[in-house]
Design a protein around this ligand. Structure first.
Ligand code: RB5
Length: 147
């Protein structure tokens, strides 16, 4: 799977670990930055990943900032993006089964690396259940069309 990655300075180190994990698992990674721990603004990188997913450059996105809050706020401003801020495995799994999340958001200052990588694995491997959940996901898109 092709996956777009983005982080700010607070998420940089976890992003690098996720990148290595994904590449070792055979995924294609589109690393949209940032590329160091120098201070940057998370909206820039959240927007890059959201656009890459919407434009079909990547099938899924993963964003990391300090808490995950800023990145999820940014990504969910883009209609068609369903960004899920997750701190544990159950939510990461449900974000795919019920919400068809296309972006996983993690807080690099909140969770440990092992849990983060487990959540990435679950996020990529869990299918969308569809059915009644598709109707609800479609209602999210209708809301953004209506404004
Ligand atoms: C950066 O200090 C921090 O504010 C950012 O990474 C993120 O947590 C914002 O939501």
């Amino acid at each position: 799977m092709k996956i777009a990655l983005g982080a700010d300075h607070a998420g940089f180190e976890l992003k690098e670990k996720i990148k290595k994990f994904l590449q070792e698992a055979g995924h294609e990674v589109l690393d949209l930055g940032c590329h160091s721990t120098d201070s940057v603004d998370y909206p820039v990188y959240g927007a890059k990943v959201a656009k890459a997913v919407l434009q079909g450059e990547a099938e899924r996105g993963i964003l990391v900032c300090g808490t995950g809050l800023g990145m999820s706020m940014v990504a969910n401003r883009f209609p068609g993006i369903r960004a899920a801020l997750c701190h544990e495995l159950f939510t990461a799994r449900m974000s795919r089964l019920h919400n068809d999340a296309n972006v996983l958001v993690l807080g690099g200052r909140v969770i440990g690396d092992v849990l983060a990588l487990e959540m990435v694995k679950v996020f990529l491997e869990t299918p969308f259940e569809g059915g009644r959940h598709l109707r609800r996901v479609n209602q999210i898109d209708e809301l953004s069309e209506r404004g």
